[in-house]
Design a protein around this ligand. Structure first.
Ligand code: NAD
Length: 338
């Protein structure tokens, strides 16, 4: 294997050291792309998902793949269903992730970050496997420093509505660090910033899919506040590459994975209107409680450590996302017509 950072894909680097991986949350948006990348590189994948926010349709391409197994189970209750075969890598992605989902599933969200993370770490410990926690930029809360570096401890409201997600991930990070320190598990943390791409759900409340769905339906885009708040969005293929490149190391992290290019929400809305050819315009709605004003990763550590950076330009990622939503819409219309 060529160990020079940046010269091989993340999946190829994992394949050089892992034969069998367990991916929790593998039926979700990010997880399904992770499963596909691993299987494509010859890694056997066991995907564990309770389908609470994921969809088996995301795994359609893997259905007949002998290297892929799907297990329907709630990670918060345990991972016994995975069995006793050797495991080299545990990627813990299971968690409601969109605000609509975690506000609808507050206790489940807290539980999968706490009990779920513990079960996934126990599995990795028993198997002697590498463990990676999919944490989030939300651990920084409404940050007081920009851009956010990994050594910033965050500014989180522990009792606000978003706390079920933010604090669940903070607890998950603490648990991961403790298993590494006290049990010697080869555990690491990636902090994922806003990601977008094919397989997001148009009704999941996240900015890009919401705007694309609205634009394709000819509805005005609902911009929160005056739209001057910023987000940085990373295309899903880039993110998957970063997660897997990190998984192939034994680094503890946390490492930020995100695209440092900052866009205002208003700009994103304009770009979506242009990419879809919609002339429906925008309407302004109230800002959600605890909505962060700015969010931008300092991605220097990922670049130094992994040779990784987000490479897909926003217009290109947006075009691919719009194409996928159009094809899905077309598929749904055909299905409804027969
Ligand atoms: P998603 O909702 O599409 O996927 C999450 C998956 O986890 C779903 O398939 C869901 O059914 C499954 N799941 C939830 N609770 C479970 C449980 N108790 N047991 C088993 N499976 C369970 O979300 P996503 O965007 O793909 O996010 C994946 C991971 O990445 C999450 O941990 C999320 O916090 C993290 N993350 C994502 C983003 C992003 O922008 N997409 C940003 C930061 C962090």
């Amino acid at each position: 294997m060529d160990d020079t950072p940046g010269t091989t894909t993340g999946a190829a680097r994992v394949a050089a050291r892992a034969r069998r991986a367990v991916v929790t949350g593998g039926a979700g948006f990010v997880g399904s792309h992770v499963c596909e990348a691993l299987v494509a590189h010859g890694v056997e994948v066991v995907c564990v998902d309770d389908l609470s926010t994921g969809d088996l349709g995301n795994l359609a391409a893997l259905r007949d793949e002998p290297r892929f197994t799907f297990v329907e189970a709630d990670v918060s209750r345990g991972l016994d269903a995975v069995g006793d075969e050797p495991v080299d890598l545990v990627l813990h992605l299971a968690s409601p992730a969109s605000p609509l989902d975690y506000l609808r599933l507050p206790l489940e969200t807290l539980l999968v970050g706490s009990a779920g993370t513990r079960h996934a770490l126990e599995l990795a410990g028993r198997a002697g496997a590498r463990f990676v926690l999919a944490s989030t930029s939300e651990v920084y809360g409404d940050p007081e420093v920009h851009p956010q570096r990994e050594d910033y401890w965050g500014h989180v409201n522990p009792v606000g509505p978003r706390s079920v997600y933010d604090e669940s991930k903070r607890f998950a990070e603490a648990t991961t660090a403790a298993y590494r320190r006290s049990r010697g598990v080869d555990a690491g943390i990636v902090r994922i910033f806003n990601t977008y791409g094919p397989r997001m759900r148009g009704h999941d409340g996240r900015m890009v899919p919401t705007f694309v769905r609205q634009a394709l339906a000819g509805e005005p885009l609902t911009v929160a506040g005056d739209g001057s708040q910023t987000r940085s969005v990373c295309y899903v293929d880039d993110l998957v590459d970063g997660i897997l490149a990190f998984a192939a190391t034994d680094h503890p992290g946390p490492v930020n994975l995100g695209n440092p290019t900052e866009l205002t929400v208003g700009q994103v809305a304009e770009d979506v209107l242009a990419a879809t050819g919609s002339d429906a315009g925008v309407v302004h709605v109230d800002l959600p409680e605890d909505d962060p004003r700015r969010r931008r990763p300092d991605a220097a550590l990922a670049e130094r450590l992994l040779g990784w950076r987000a490479r897909t330009p926003w217009p290109e990622g947006l075009a691919r996302t719009v194409a996928w939503f159009r094809a899905e819409d077309g598929g749904a219309e055909v299905a409804a017509a027969v």
